[in-house]
Design a protein around this ligand. Structure first.
Ligand code: NDP
Length: 369
C-alpha cells in the first residue's frame, strides 16, 4: 500500500464517523437505562463515593444479538468494521483528542471548586492535557472513565467478531484464528462478567482522565489488542496439535492466576477474614493480604495477565514479531504500573508496606523479578 492509498483508507468517511458515534450513543443510552448491579466505588480522597451501574454484560449481549439480527437479515454488513478498520482508527483517535481537549477546558473552568478533587493543574499545558487534570469527570451523569474503558473492551470484541466474519467470507478461517477468537472472547466476556472488579482498579481510583487514558481506552485497546486477528487475516500459519495443547495450557494457567489473584484481593477488601485457599488469610498490619497469590508475588495478577496475553499471540506462530505487540506492550506497561503502584502503596501504607515487601520480595515474576 503506497502513502496515497494509506491516506485515503485512513481518512474517516461519514459512514465510519456515524458508526462510531452510534456505538457511543448506544453505550451511553443503554448503559444508563438497562438494569445492572449498582456497585459503590472506593471512597475518594474528598470522602465521596461514585456508584457504578455494572450492566456491561447485558449491554454486550444485546449489542451482539442486534448485530447478529442485522447481519442475518442483510440490514448491515458484519464485515463493516473489518473493512473500515483504518478509518475507524483515525475517527476514534480524533474523537479522543477532541474529548480530552474539551475535558481540559471544562476542568480549567471549574478549578475554583472547593472539593479536594478539584482539577490538578501542573502549569504545563501539554503535561496537563496528556495526563489529565480531573480524576472522575462526568458527562450527563455518565462517569467517563468507566464509559471509555467499557467502550474499548467491547470495541475489541466487536472488531474481533468482524475480523472473524471477514475470514469466513474470504474462506481463510484457520485453527489459529479460532484459537485467538476463543481466548480473546473468553477474556473479554470474563471482564464484563466481573465488571464490578474494575471499580477498584488503578485506572478508576488513581489515574486522571487525559489524552493518555482516553487514547488507551478508545484507540489502543480495540485497535492494537486485535492486531493478531488482523494479522491472521493476511497470513497463513500451520499449527501442530502439540502447539495447540501448549497454547491452551498457557491460556488456562494465565487465566487461573489472573482471575484468582484479582478475586482474592476483591474478596479480601470486602471481608478481610475470608479464607484464602481454605486457610485463614495471612495479613500484614491488618491491612494487606500476604497469602494466596498475594503471598507469592506482590503483583501475581500482572503475571497472569501477561501469560494470557502471550496465549493470544501464540496461535500466530513465530514467523513474525508483529502479533507479539500486545504482550510486549503489556510487559512494559505493567512493569511501569507496578513501579507507580509500589510508590503509591509505600506512601499510603508506610512501614506496613515495608513489612509486606520483606515478607513477599518478588514484584511480578517469582524468583526472577
Ligand atoms: P491492582 O488490581 O493490582 O491494584 C493495586 C492496588 O491493590 C494497590 O494500589 C492497593 O490499593 C491494593 N493492594 C496491593 N497489594 C495489596 C495486598 N497485598 N493486599 C491488599 N491490597 C493490596 O492493579 P491494577 O488496577 O493495575 O490491575 C488490575 C488488573 O487489571 C490486573 O490484573 C492487571 O493485569 C489488569 N490490567 C490490564 C491492562 C491491559 O491493558 N490489559 C492494563 C492495566 C491493568 P488499596 O489502596 O486499595 O489498598
Amino acid at each position: 500500500m503506497n502513502v496515497e492509498d494509506l491516506l485515503r483508507s485512513s481518512t474517516p468517511s461519514w459512514n465510519s464517523i456515524g458508526l462510531l458515534l452510534s456505538y457511543f450513543a448506544y453505550l451511553a443510552v443503554a448503559g444508563s437505562v438497562l438494569p445492572g448491579r449498582i456497585v459503590p466505588g472506593v471512597i475518594l480522597s474528598d470522602g465521596t463515593q461514585i456508584n457504578y451501574r455494572c450492566n456491561g454484560l447485558l449491554l454486550l449481549t444485546l449489542l451482539v444479538f442486534l448485530l447478529g439480527i442485522g447481519g442475518w437479515t442483510d440490514l448491515l454488513s458484519l464485515t463493516e468494521v473489518a473493512d473500515r478498520g483504518l478509518e475507524l482508527f483515525t475517527a476514534a483517535l480524533i474523537f479522543s483528542i477532541f474529548v480530552t481537549l474539551a475535558l481540559h477546558i471544562e476542568g480549567c473552568r471549574s478549578r475554583d471548586k472547593s472539593s479536594s478533587l478539584k482539577p490538578h493543574l501542573s502549569g504545563n499545558l501539554i503535561h496537563d492535557w496528556w495526563f489529565g487534570i480531573q480524576l472522575n469527570p462526568h458527562f450527563m451523569q455518565i462517569d467517563l472513565k468507566f464509559f471509555f474503558v467499557r467502550a474499548g473492551m467491547m470495541g475489541w470484541l466487536l472488531i474481533n467478531l468482524s475480523v472473524l466474519a471477514k475470514s469466513i467470507q474470504q474462506a481463510s478461517i484457520s485453527p489459529s484464528m479460532i484459537l485467538y477468537q476463543i481466548f480473546c472472547g473468553l477474556y473479554i466476556l470474563d471482564y464484563f462478567f466481573h465488571e464490578e472488579y474494575m471499580t477498584s482498579t488503578w485506572d478508576i481510583i488513581a489515574e486522571r482522565l487525559g489524552f493518555m487514558l482516553a487514547f488507551g481506552d478508545l484507540v489502543f485497546i480495540p485497535f492494537t489488542f486485535s492486531i493478531q486477528g488482523w494479522w491472521l487475516l493476511k497470513n497463513k500459519v500451520e499449527i501442530t496439535t502439540t502447539a495447540i495443547i501448549i497454547n491452551c495450557l498457557v491460556f488456562l494457567i494465565g487465566y487461573t492466576i489472573f482471575r484468582g489473584s484479582n478475586k482474592q484481593k476483591h474478596v479480601f477488601k470486602k471481608n478481610p477474614n475470608a479464607p484464602i485457599w481454605g486457610k485463614p488469610p495471612k495479613l500484614v498490619g491488618g491491612k494487606l493480604l500476604a497469602s494466596g497469590y498475594w503471598g507469592i508475588a506482590r503483583h501475581s495478577n500482572y503475571l497472569g495477565d501477561l501469560l494470557v496475553a502471550v496465549s493470544f499471540s501464540l496461535p500466530c506462530g513465530t514467523s513474525s514479531a508483529v502479533p507479539y505487540f500486545y504482550p510486549m506492550y503489556l510487559l512494559i506497561l505493567l512493569i511501569w504500573r507496578e513501579r507507580r503502584d509500589e510508590a503509591r502503596c509505600a506512601h499510603k501504607y508506610k512501614q506496613i508496606w515495608g513489612e509486606y515487601r520483606r515478607q513477599v520480595p518478588w514484584r511480578i515474576f517469582p524468583f526472577i523479578y
